[in-house]
Design a protein. Structure first.
Ligand SMILES: [Zn+2]
Ligand SMILES: [Zn+2]
Length: 431
């Protein structure tokens, strides 16, 4: 049975999230998207925990839950993200971690232990005043079933390998608890190809999830893991991750890394970027307008830690497939500015989206499997062309930088180079 899982999301109790991040909405949109398993997000937050207890019911004793009384729909795995702040070599390190729990009771126990080190009430993703190693130690005290892995591993801020407040190795981060780390979340701005360049990461399972702040299918499941499982249970999923089992983990679904908000360097406030690695190095990572430091791109950071040339595939590496949210492709095919949420949530785009879902099946089926002829029949040749380009990784994207998402350039792969909108034409001057 093919299972698509988005193992890291947030609830409405995390900062900068949609007020619609509630269980019913998540279940509804997960169905449209084709997600079978969803993290609950924010399981340490006391109010969200109450909502989870009320809104979810256990499916047997499998460590997965579903919406109470629903009888179907996506399954939930108890999950949170936390931030640790600690000092190493006189430098402050700020790192995000994902934690999966076998049940709500374990999460409640974890909340009990962690409440001494941070304010769990203030944000769904709490900031803890402890070392990552101590975090692992505490979670193992709760249960050996907990799975901890670094979140969006390369983003400049708040990540294990982040250019600004990260470290260079898993061991520097988790110290004597490193043997409890089995996976790394690659984040939107990096893909497996980039991670494969760092041989030290070969032993880890590269995971992808959306870290979504909104329930809409252009955010939820934007990245995900495709499993092949006989039975969907917490133990089965965690065991497949721990063993990096390519029979049970078919592939990850990844947005092209240039689409992520930190792929290349730049300085958003001055409108400077995206700047490719070689050019950013020549510039000494200084903004030519204000003289401040540029926010270093993820590609640059990978380059610093890489010990293999681009294109190398280590043995045992898991497969991946590039995907782009269907609503964004629809918006691009209509010539709309897909980076605007108003456009993505417009009646026009939703009508087209629901038309496709109603005639062909859920979004992942349309993106991954549906025949291009059928897509063209329902939505016209432009969308079918975009999906074909996406499937072979040929969509051209102007890379993201310093918090600005990358921009899809329509038709680049098929000879048409029209860009739907270009906010600041003068940026190219710095390239
Ligand atoms: Zn995070
Ligand atoms: Zn600047």
């Amino acid at each position: 049975m093919r299972i698509i899982a988005d193992l890291q999301i947030h609830s409405k109790y995390s900062g900068a999230t949609s007020s619609r991040m509630v269980l019913e909405e998540l279940s509804y949109y997960a169905r449209l998207k084709g997600l079978d398993v969803l993290g609950t997000g924010d399981a340490l937050h006391p109010i969200w925990m109450e909502e989870l207890k009320r809104g979810l019911e256990k499916v047997d004793e499998k460590g997965v839950y579903r919406l109470r009384g629903s009888g179907g729909g996506p399954l939930f795995i108890v999950q949170t993200e936390v931030a640790t702040i600690h000092e190493l070599d006189k430098k402050t390190r700020r790192i995000h971690h994902v934690i999966l729990f076998r049940d709500l009771e374990a999460a409640a126990q974890a909340a009990d232990l962690l409440s001494k080190y941070g304010d769990l009430r203030s944000d769904g993703r709490p900031i803890l005043d402890i070392t990552p190693a101590f975090l692992v130690e505490l979670m193992m005290e709760v249960s050996q079933d907990c799975l901890i892995f670094p979140a969006h591993a390369w983003t400049p801020w708040w990540s294990i390998f982040g250019a600004i407040s990260g470290v260079d190795t898993v061991e520097e981060c988790y110290e004597d608890k490193s043997d409890k780390i089995y996976a790394i979340e690659t984040g939107l701005s990096s893909d497996p190809l980039m991670n494969w360049r760092v041989s030290r990461l070969d032993r880890y399972t590269l995971l992808s999830s959306s870290d979504s702040h909104s329930p809409y299918p252009y955010r939820l499941g934007r990245e995900a893991v495709v499993f092949e499982l006989e039975d969907v249970s917490y133990d089965e999923i965690v065991d497949a991750i721990k063993k990096k089992d390519s029979k049970r983990i078919i592939m990850t679904l990844e947005v092209p890394p240039s689409y992520g908000k930190y792929h290349w360097s730049g300085h958003r406030r001055c409108g400077v970027g995206p700047i490719p690695p070689a050019r950013a190095r020549e510039m000494g990572y200084r903004c030519p307008i204000c003289g401040r430091r540029l926010t270093k791109g993820v590609e640059d950071r990978v380059e610093e830690l890489a010990d293999r040339p681009p294109g190398a595939r280590p043995p045992g590496a898991l497969d991946f497939q590039y995907v782009i949210p269907l609503q964004e492709l629809i918006a691009v095919s209509m010539g709309l500015d897909y980076s605007s949420e108003t456009a993505l949530n417009s009646k026009k785009v939703w009508q087209q989206y629901m038309g496709l879902i109603n005639s062909l099946g859920n979004e992942f089926h349309i993106l991954l499997d549906a025949s291009l002829e059928k897509i063209a029949e329902v939505s016209g040749p432009r969308l079918a062309t975009l999906i074909a380009d996406m499937r072979r990784g040929a969509i051209k994207i102007r890379p993201g930088y310093d918090g600005v998402y990358g921009r899809i350039i329509f038709g680049s792969a098929s000879g048409n180079t029209r860009t739907p909108t270009q906010k600041r034409g003068s940026l190219e001057d710095f390239l």
